[in-house]
Unconditional design. Structure first.
Length: 270
């Protein structure tokens, strides 16, 4: 904006004095008081009210637990932080340690290691801490990493869709006659094999010929398919526990979890 000339300033002052112009007084809105948050979320008697991440007042995003995990680890890039001291001492996690650690860093003026991107949302930290708290009965730390990896990738555990045990030759051999399966001498099987067979030719000569067989392999095996199903069911049970844990905490500020779950046994035809 250009500055006013002395003549323009004189005309403005005369107009104000004559009452032809009214000067508008700006009103500054008072600053809202910031509440004091507890030093640690989950302490007895504390009100766990995190900084708001809602899109608007009173509005929450409705998500299933699977979608919430994908948002926390995939979109917000939340990280798992395990309670090393609690695991070695046999104690239990009190409250949400990831959020407590973030508050302690801010209290002493420390910056988050690494830099270069913004911190995950409050709800994402809460969800990541709940995943890290998986008990040993639901897979513990190994299952927590398993859940986080699939959430980042937006996938579900491979339960081997359409897998059926099939018999296949152990190897193939190609010659001028085409491709054939590899064969071996059955006498190497010992008591379960066939010894060399003798036959008499047209001229009365004795010929010794091995009995050939094709070694095969069954893939995938029934145990491999069952193990894939067990991994999927373990992941499903972990999601149930995480959802119940988050509902029990009741401190998600911008997310409302639904009861929707992935299929329990997708390998069963409906």
């Amino acid at each position: 904006m250009s500055r006013m000339t002395p003549e323009e300033i004189r005309l403005r002052d005369e107009a104000i004095a004559a009452g032809r112009v009214v000067r508008v007084q700006r009103k500054v809105a008072p600053l809202k008081a910031v509440p004091d948050y507890p030093a640690r979320v989950g302490q007895p008697g504390s009100q766990a009210k995190p900084p708001s991440v809602q899109l608007s007042a009173g509005v929450k995003r409705v998500m299933s637990i699977q979608r919430a995990l994908e948002w926390a680890f995939g979109t917000e890039r939340a990280q798992l932080e395990f309670d090393e001291i609690g695991e070695t001492s046999g104690g239990q996690r009190l409250g949400v340690d990831g959020i407590w650690l973030m508050m302690q860093r801010g209290a002493i003026g420390c910056e988050i290691d690494g830099g270069g991107r913004s911190d995950p949302a409050w709800d994402a930290e809460i969800i990541a801490s709940a995943v890290a708290s998986l008990p040993a009965g639901h897979g513990g730390r190994q299952m927590a990493v398993f859940v986080a990896e699939h959430a980042r990738a937006g996938t579900v555990p491979d339960w081997m869709r359409d897998a059926r045990p099939r018999i296949q030759p152990c190897g193939m051999r190609t010659n001028r006659y085409g491709e054939r399966s590899i064969t071996e001498d059955a006498q190497h099987l010992g008591g379960e094999g066939w010894p060399i067979q003798r036959r008499i030719g047209r001229k009365g000569r004795v010929h010794e010929e091995p009995v050939l067989y094709c070694p095969v392999v069954i893939t995938p095996t029934g145990s491999q398919i069952a193990a894939a199903h067990r991994r999927y069911l373990g992941w499903y049970g972990a999601l149930l526990w995480i959802r119940a844990e988050l509902d029990g905490l009741g401190i998600l500020s911008g997310i409302e979890l639904t009861l929707d779950m992935p299929p329990l046994k997708p390998w069963i035809a409906r």
